[in-house]
Design a protein around this ligand. Sequence first.
Ligand SMILES: *Cc1c(COP(=O)(O)O)cnc(C)c1O
Length: 426
Amino acid sequence: MFTIKNHLQIENSHLTIGGVDSVELIEQYGSPLYVTNEERLRANFRRYKDAFPDANLYYAAKANANFTILRIMADEGAGADVFSDGELYMALLAGIPKEKVLFNGNSKSDHELLMAVKTGVRVSLDSLDELKTLSTIAKNEGAVVDISFRVNPDVSPDTHPKISTGLRTSKFGVPHDEVVHAYKKALDLPGVNPVGIHCHIGSQILDITPFAEAMTKMMDLVEQVSRLGAELEFVDVGSGLGIPYEKGVKVPTPQDLADLILPIFNERCKAGGISPKLILEPGRYVAADSTVLLTTVNTMKEAEKKFVGVDAGFNLMIRPAMYDSYQHIVVANKADAPAKNIYTIAGPICETGDILAHDRELPQIEKGDIIAVLDAGAYGFSMSSQYNGRVRCAEVLVNDGEVDVIRKRETYDDLLANQILPARFL
Ligand SMILES: *Cc1c(COP(=O)(O)O)cnc(C)c1O
């Protein structure tokens, strides 16, 4: 037995996950297939919790909102960062207590705000306009909603521009210099009760120094807002810790992040004589490396490059196409074979950009081989689509040799679900 990465091992030349042979998984459940290791998911969450024992962790549902995964998070004591009515619905149904749900979003509909009021979750507001809307909705319902503002802290982490969310020009959050004014307004309005402050600077961040800058800026604001008479119960600094998609890159751990930001937080709380709860919202760190996407080789082509045509593309894993991201590739049925050639792994979607991996040194590949896309648990299935008339694949959960199907493969009927052919075409 040989460990590839964390919980992934090789037995009899096959990649195994959670003690289950990936090749047998494909034989039994079909291809493509998402495979999540429950133990790894829980271990990731606990490692984060160990680094921040006094903080609340709100799992970012958008990373992977599979219902079973949300239930596992609820079981671990996580709260949830939700970004839509649907995520709110699923998180509450999965058993995450409403007191530990923060409803985020830069453009929530009135319907979504009403749902927040009715379910009694906290709302992170993104603008003064949204503050007015929520105040009116809550007042009409005779309710008072606990709110925070999402602050745009104007810091620039070194990550892909599409996942940098705290730049001055970003669509997210209340501009840094308008935040105090926003709290003043909130204190005056009925139906809203400012109890927290929130930011989130981006995702897949590997240099953690911007987190210190953001924490300092947040605590400056906490001080100013406290002077207005608002008693802040929580300071939510979002998430964004990166993971090592590429072998050999050194990445910061949750403990490194804690060592950097907790002293700032604790010192500023002490100096201000306040004791708000710290909240963090990990998504990628918890979910990403718990999961592999298995996909089968349909066809080989020697052209300008050696193309490997597989049965999963950006319909199931959009990160490489959308963020130019690297996903590590293993030939699951030849997991310990030596590298032989340089291959480009192409999905079946009718788009030039549908490439899962460029120019990788891999063992000799042939039709029928199984390709494993590692670290596929965050922003993988949750960003999937039916583009090109492709049904979404199944998802299984493995745990210590046991396998459960946690989502069935879609059928052709699912492609037509909710479509209505007008009677005149019958
Ligand atoms: C996406 C998001 C997160 C999760 O970020 P990760 O980098 O996946 O940990 C947390 N908070 C908010 C507000 C988000 O939008």
